[in-house]
Every structure is written in C-alpha cells, then in structure tokens.
Unconditional design. Structure first.
Length: 529
C-alpha cells in the first residue's frame, strides 16, 4: 500500500485565516492532539518572524512526539547575503526542529517584478539556504511558492528551482498552488510532467502538494496530485487558512484512506477524525461547520421519509461509508418532510423508548408536523426534539420548573442598555428566587437561571456555554407582532446540542429554547450517574 505523508500546517498557514489566532500554549495543545492522531509532520510556525512561534519551538523541545516531526517554516536567505549570517536561517537552526520547510520563488514574475531579483541569484538563494540547513542535520522540505503559475509561465525555470533544491539536500519538493487558481486536470498533468522530469534528471526527492481553496478546488487538486505521484499532502484541519483557506485534511485523509486505498495516518486512528476536527475548532473558537464532509453534524443526516425508511433496512442505500469509521454517527431529522420511519429512528437515536405506554409513532409524527406548521423546526433542534418525544411518551421528568420571571431593560442617556432578570424556579418542591444582570434580556435570563440552578447542581453547568443564538421572523407580514423562532446552540466538553422556541414574544421564545438547553444538559449529566 502506497504511503502518503500528511503534513499539517494548521498552526502556521491555518492561523493566517481571518479571526483565527492561537497562543503558544494552544499551539502546543493542538500539536499534541495531532501527534496522537498520527500526523507525520506538524508545521509549528515561523520562528524568525514572531515571538509566539519562537516560544512554541522552545516549548516543543520539552515535549515528546510519538508520530510527528515538528517542522519549522522560513524563507530562503535574502538576496546577495551570506546564508551563514541570515537571521531567518539562523532562527530556523536555533528552533532545533528536526525538519525545516524553506519557501522559495519558482515564478519569474515574483523573482524579477516583485523582488527585483535575478533568476540566477534566486537559484543561488535556494541552493545556499537548503545546503546550510541540510548541513546542520535537518530534514529539508523545499516549498516551491507559486509553482503552477511559474510552470505555466516558464516550465524550465520552475523545474530548475526544484532540481537545485533537491541537489542541495532537500528530501521533499513541495509544489504550491499559492493563488489557488489551478484546475485539477491541469494540475494533474503538470505534476505528472514534474515527476517525469525529476526522474529523468536523477532527482529522487519526494513530491509534495500544497493547495489553496480560492476556486473551491483545494481538496480536488490535492487528490489529483496524488494520482500523478505526489506522496505528501500539505493542508490544515478544517481547511482553515488565508483568504478561502487551505486544503482540508479532515476531508483529504478519509478520501485517501477509504476511497483511494492509500496509507495515510495509522488506520486505527481514523475514528478520531471528528474529535480532532472539533478540538481544533473549539481551540480556534470557530463554530463547527455542520455540512463539513465526513465529520459535520449533517454529513450523515437524513430527512426525507423514503431515505429514512431505506437506511433502516440497509444504511449503504444512502450513505457512502459507515459514519463510525471517521468517528461520526448517523442522524435522522424530524420535520414535515418525514413520517413514521423518521420518528422511530429518531427516538432510537436519542434513546427514547416509543413502545412505552403504547404510543403511536404515526400520531406523534402528525403532532410534530402540526407544530412545524406553527413555526417549529425540529430538524435543527435535537435537544428540544428529545424533550418533546419524552413528553409525548410521558417519560419526561423536568429537573426544574419555572414559576415566573421578570425582565427589565434600563436605558440612561449616553449609556448602553442594561438588562435585569429575576427568576423563580422550583426544584423538587424547593423554590429559589434569583436575580442577575446581563448584556441583554436573554443574557440576563441565562445568568439568572444559571445562578439559581447552581445552588442545586453546583458542578454540572461549569462546562456548558452558549455558542450560537439566532432569531428568525416566521412571517414578516405582521411586522413587530410577527411570530419568531429562536434557535440556541450550546456545548460542553463532549457534546453540541441545539434547542428551539417559538412565540409572538421574543423573550418567551428565547426562554423556551434556553430552558430546553438547560434541561437537556442536566438530564445528560443525570444519565451518566
């Protein structure tokens, strides 16, 4: 089985994405998690460019990595300077990283018009930099920036940059589609030509591929390169990166392993794929994409009644792989498009016994369709769906009950609004009245409820937090009197769940979704005990 090496650049290229920033400590946490997942190379950053990356490499020296080679990133020496005195190269050596990725120019446009350099000096910069790093015992990877644009412009020169790097000691030459504009069939042809040229010139360096997603083709281009002989794929977890992002390793790894029959990470670790994706998104403080292939919540979600009926008989009827292979699970969505099969499967998925008290799943399906006609949307609210099914089957035991709440908004001149909430709840016939402030009415309600419940469940809510809050007008023809739908998404260290509320009053709808979210969390905690 052909081995394709996985090179992760989440900590460097991924952190260049908008709204993503990792501390040195977070970088170490991610690196450790990627190492446990079996990634071969982890690019930790550019030690010569900033203090954060330099600190990461200092911290990495104190850690043990079982699978991955920590890799430092940098550029070739400056024009017309001595490589042994180049501060960037010296920082790469000082990082003590066992592998180093050095980026150089392969497109004459950049060499001559952007850098104001000559072609020969650019080749000397590549040669000297790789030779210095190789001479210090480092595994050197040469990243040929803008390679495909350079190849289209002047193939001989682009190829010469690769030959010079390999002859100076680079064990891998990485072809970079830096602008993300190459099409898969063109890229596949070029990689094949590169492989043939290097072979004919006696160059045995491994070929790597580094693609960007500006045309939505980063994953397709990476696969095309592998088909033509690339044996290293560079990318990021969840496709994070500058502009439209990088090739998504979360999609590439299962495609290579399960669809193309190639060796990537150790097969026994593939089931960690979803948890790795979630770990990185949590650390980056980015809400996970539900539609992300393989690991998203919607990746194996079924809504149509005919589809659900089919997968109950044979899952592969509507699933291209077993979701458990990548750590995901099958989900069935309940909506007005579904029927009895959806209810039966959904109840089983959520752990609700429909046979209790002789309840009819067809009747429950009809009731849910009526509620959806009134504005509810249960296919995006599994938390509320479970509570509703338990209520229909008389299995719901509320862990708290609302007696009343009052919310007030105060606005002073030239000051932001302040919200205050007073709430009275009942827990096992014990009444609790609590008040709290917040940035808005829902925030105040959340704080008051959390404060009140904390007296009965002191440790159960510490990890729970709201990650998304949406309000939708169901029918705008009634203006400010229109019914609204409130959607809340919450999470703890293990799970992500969603709840829903519907009312003509936005605060009441918010309360419904908020209360369901807390009921779901507390019930989950109780089930563990």
């Amino acid at each position: 089985m052909t081995q394709v090496f996985i090179y992760d650049t989440t900590l460097r290229d991924g952190s260049q994405g908008e709204n993503i920033s990792f501390s040195s400590e977070e970088m170490i946490k991610i690196a450790k998690r990627l190492d446990q997942f079996g990634v071969h190379y982890i690019e930790g950053g550019w030690p010569g460019s900033n203090a954060r990356d330099a600190r990461f490499f200092e911290m990495a020296q104190q850690e043990h990595f079982s699978h991955a080679r920590i890799t430092a990133f940098g550029s070739t020496r400056k024009p017309n300077t001595d490589a042994e005195k180049d501060l960037n190269l010296l920082a790469l050596i000082a990082s003590r990283a066992p592998a180093v990725a050095i980026v150089g120019k392969s497109w004459p446009l950049h060499v001559e018009q952007i850098m104001g350099n000559t072609r020969q000096e650019n080749l000397a910069m590549i040669r000297d930099s790789v030779a210095l790093l190789s001479g210090h015992g480092r595994e050197v990877l040469y990243d040929a920036e803008h390679f495909f644009d350079g190849y289209k412009s002047d193939p001989d020169y682009a190829l010469e940059t690769l030959r010079v790097a390999a002859q100076a000691g680079a064990g891998t030459v990485v072809l970079c589609d830096t602008n993300g504009g190459t099409l898969p069939f063109d890229l596949e042809t070029i990689v094949a030509q590169v492989r043939q040229s290097l072979s004919e010139n006696g160059v045995s360096a491994r070929i790597g591929i580094h693609t960007h997603n500006d045309c939505g083709l980063a994953v397709a281009n990476a696969l095309a390169a592998v088909r033509s002989g690339a044996t290293m794929v560079q990318g990021t977890v969840n496709g994070y990166g500058e502009r439209c992002g990088n090739a998504d390793l979360v999609t590439i790894i299962p495609l290579l392993s399960l669809k193309m029959g190639l060796a990537t990470i150790p097969a026994e670790y593939l089931h960690q794929l979803k948890s790795v994706s979630r770990f990185v998104s949590e650390t980056a403080n980015i809400v996970p994409l539900n539609t992300r292939p393989f690991v998203g919540r919607s990746a194996f979600a079924h809504k149509g009644g005919l589809h659900v009926s089919a997968i109950m008989k044979l899952p592969q009827a509507y699933e291209h792989i077993d979701p458990a292979l990548v750590g995901n699970k099958r989900r069935v969505l309940v909506s007005d498009l579904g029927g009895r099969s959806n209810i039966i499967y959904k109840a089983k998925e959520l752990g609700v016994e429909l046979g209790a008290n002789g309840f009819d799943s067809q009747k429950i399906a009809a009731e849910i369709k009526t509620m959806e006609d009134q504005g509810y949307q249960f296919d995006v609210a599994d938390g509320s769906m479970k509570i509703l099914l338990q209520k229909f089957t008389e299995q719901f035991t509320p862990l708290f009950a609302l007696e009343s709440f009052r919310v007030t908004i105060e606005k002073d001149k030239d000051q932001p609004c302040r919200a205050h909430a007073t709430i009275k709840i009942n827990v096992d016939e014990v009444h609790e009245i609590t008040a709290a402030e917040g940035q808005g009415p829902v925030s105040a309600l959340d704080n008051a409820l959390r404060k009140a419940l904390g007296k009965f469940f002191p440790d159960d809510l510490e990890a729970m937090r709201l990650v998304d809050f949406k309000v939708r007008v169901i029918d705008g023809r009634d203006g400010t009197k229109a019914k609204v739908r409130v959607f809340i998404e919450s999470r703890d260290h293990e799970d992500l769940w969603s709840t829903i509320g519907v009312s003509e009053d936005i605060i009441e709808a918010s309360w419904q979704a908020l209360a369901d979210s807390f009921q779901f969390k507390l019930a989950k905690k109780q089930d563990l005990h």
